[in-house]
Design a protein around this ligand. Structure first.
Ligand code: SF4
Length: 395
């Protein structure tokens, strides 16, 4: 079975990769101690690549990406979706290149896209050559595009513009030889990745990132874990066909969150059958709760019980949507009654607790205001914004 020669174990044989790996190892270790929770293991050291201006791997923040679902040749519809993703906080966007019209639309799309653009191509190397003239990254599996000459032509085109290739292994569509030998298993996915990596490395191309997506958490996690010590390239994390919001939230949180907490993963997509913005919100939440990104609000709300003094579900939804624009790392607590509020709110930066037709705002463990219920929400939102500003200025 083919094996990548660009591995962390054998990287000294490849001076270019060896240097990149050692440098990024040092940077990564520094980054891990300065930007993530002290209880987490450091992120796995990887080579650093760039998709447009977005750095991936090494000491770069873990980026979030998604994919448009419009026909790419419909430039207006695709631009609208890219804008929505940019507004929601995406770092990178991917578009499908299904036919020649899609490929020919890339140049114009690139010129108007606020986000770095990745072209997703299957089988057709001629579309990859067109895409390589304008986009910031290509997702293609070299093993699927035919002869060595075609692979070399794509590698050369990407090399000339300095754009990376994502090798996107998918458990459901392995090359025939791996499917027959291993089935859609983590081992089959890893062998497919190593094979595709080697095809590019044989032409001197190492501007690579890799994804290993299966539709369930177990295979996804196992494949990424198996490949991680074998190569120095950054990983794009994802569970493919993860389902609707409910199912994807569970699968993505377990698989992507688990891997991130182990130090694996450099960029990610949470696939959801649903609204584009939800993919970004979910990815950002997973990053925050896995301790790999400190930015943004963490809301703590009580589970509710018979002591509750307000319609807490409605209040939490209102608070969440009113303060979702805040990027300062803060803990905001919403409590249904005052019984445990002071104790529970000690760990929050700011809290609200309800009483009988009244309530209080607690800031850094101290009662700031007691107010009638009708004024509470507005005052609370204003105080959260003030505190965010104070904390931002103090940084
Ligand atoms: S904060 Fe109050 S309402 Fe919420 S769970 Fe605790 S006791 Fe019950």
């Amino acid at each position: 079975m083919p094996k990548s020669n660009n591995t962390s174990k054998t990287s000294d044989k490849n001076p270019k990769t060896s240097t990149a790996t050692k440098e990024s190892t040092k940077k990564s270790a520094k980054s891990a101690t300065s930007t993530t929770s002290a209880t987490l293991p450091p992120r796995y050291p990887t080579k650093q690549i760039f998709v447009g201006k977005v750095a991936i791997g090494g000491d770069a923040p873990i980026s979030v990406q998604s994919m448009t679902f419009s026909k790419t040749k419909d430039i207006q519809a695709t631009k609208e979706q890219i804008d929505r993703l940019a507004l929601a906080g995406a770092d990178i966007v991917r578009v499908a290149v299904h036919d020649l019209k899609d490929a020919n639309a890339l140049k114009e799309l690139k010129s108007i896209s606020p986000l770095p653009l990745v072209a997703d191509i299957h089988f057709r190397y001629e579309y990859a050559l067109i895409a390589a003239e304008s986009v910031d990254c290509i997702r293609i599996n070299p093993g699927n595009i035919g002869s060595k000459e075609k692979i070399q032509a794509v590698a050369k085109a990407c090399n000339e513009r300095g754009i990376p290739i994502r090798i996107g292994v998918n458990g459901g569509s392995l090359e025939k030889e791996f499917d027959i030998k291993y089935g859609a298993t983590p081992t089959g996915m890893v062998q497919s990745a190593l094979y595709n990596i080697k095809l590019l490395e044989d032409f001197g191309f190492d501007n690579i990132k890799v994804s290993l997506k299966a539709s369930d958490t177990e295979r996804t996690m196992s494949a990424y874990r198996q490949l991680r010590p074998l190569v120095c390239y950054p990983f794009h994390l994802g569970v493919t066909e993860a389902g609707t919001m409910f199912h994807s939230t569970i699968k993505s949180s377990m698989a992507l969150g688990g891997l991130l907490m182990e130090g694996i993963g450099d960029t990610m997509r949470c696939s959801i059958t649903g609204e584009l913005e939800n993919e970004i919100a979910l990815a950002r939440a997973i990053l925050r709760y896995s301790g790999r990104q400190k930015q943004g609000i963490t809301i703590i709300s009580c589970p509710t019980c018979g002591r509750i003094e307000a319609n807490l579900v409605e209040v939490v939804r209102a608070v969440e949507s009113r303060i979702s624009h805040i990027t300062t790392p803060m803990q905001v607590s919403v409590m249904g009654c005052a019984v445990n509020a002071l104790g529970e709110a000690k760990h929050a930066d700011i809290a609200i607790a309800f009483g009988n037709k009244s309530g209080m705002i607690i800031k850094k463990g101290q009662i700031l205001k007691k107010l009638p219920e009708a004024q509470l929400l507005e005052e609370f939102v204003a105080e959260v914004e003030n505190l965010a500003q104070e904390m931002q200025e103090a940084q």
